[in-house]
Design a protein around this ligand. Sequence first.
Ligand code: SAM
Length: 213
Amino acid sequence: MTSPAERKMQFLFALRSKGVTDVRVLTAMERIDRGDFVRGLFSTRAYEDMPLPISCGQTISQPSVVALMTQALNVQPRDKVLEVGTGSGYQAAILSQLARRVYTVERYRRLVRDAQKTFEKLGLTNVTAIAGDGSHGLPEQAPFDRIIVTAAAEDPPGPLLAQLREGGIMVVPVGQSDAVQSLIKVTRTPDGFEYQELRQVRFVPLLEGLGQE
Ligand code: SAM
């Protein structure tokens, strides 16, 4: 049987082999245990590099994708970060290790409640989960230094672009929801926005309004 220490080593090795080189990101991924965010039947698979089901028919993303998106975001210690798509809260917890403040918005109230409980259990005091349609951003806390969207949009949502600070970075999967999407890095410059295509990804769609649960 694999010991927890060996399991962690294998987990981090898998991330490195997928191109995660930023030591701060690797340290955050080492500190935050993915097992705390996966419940029930699938908890034994928490350390495998695959997406897994969570409540409300949603998924916790593949750890290597979480790490590569976090790396692309290049979060700085003073940053205020917005995540759209809380899901299990795993990505937000990773961000909480790198940023000053993290706000994460989710359309299912049940996922918000569960994530908030996990943050409390882990003593993560700089992350707040909020129920809402994250495609409108979070105007009361804007502007943000970094924005990460963990559901696929047909285009980078206008309100999120507007809430990105000058010099800020947004990472968002863009494309049709039933196809492979492109992960796009958007940088806000004094003159507008620069777009860089990073890799192919597959995310659930960014949907309008609040969910039923
Ligand atoms: N980041 C999550 C994690 O670490 O577990 C995984 C996110 S999951 C792939 C995508 C999430 O986006 C789902 O929980 C879904 O309900 C949510 N979502 C979809 N559209 C949304 C919207 N307009 N506003 C907020 N959340 C949304």
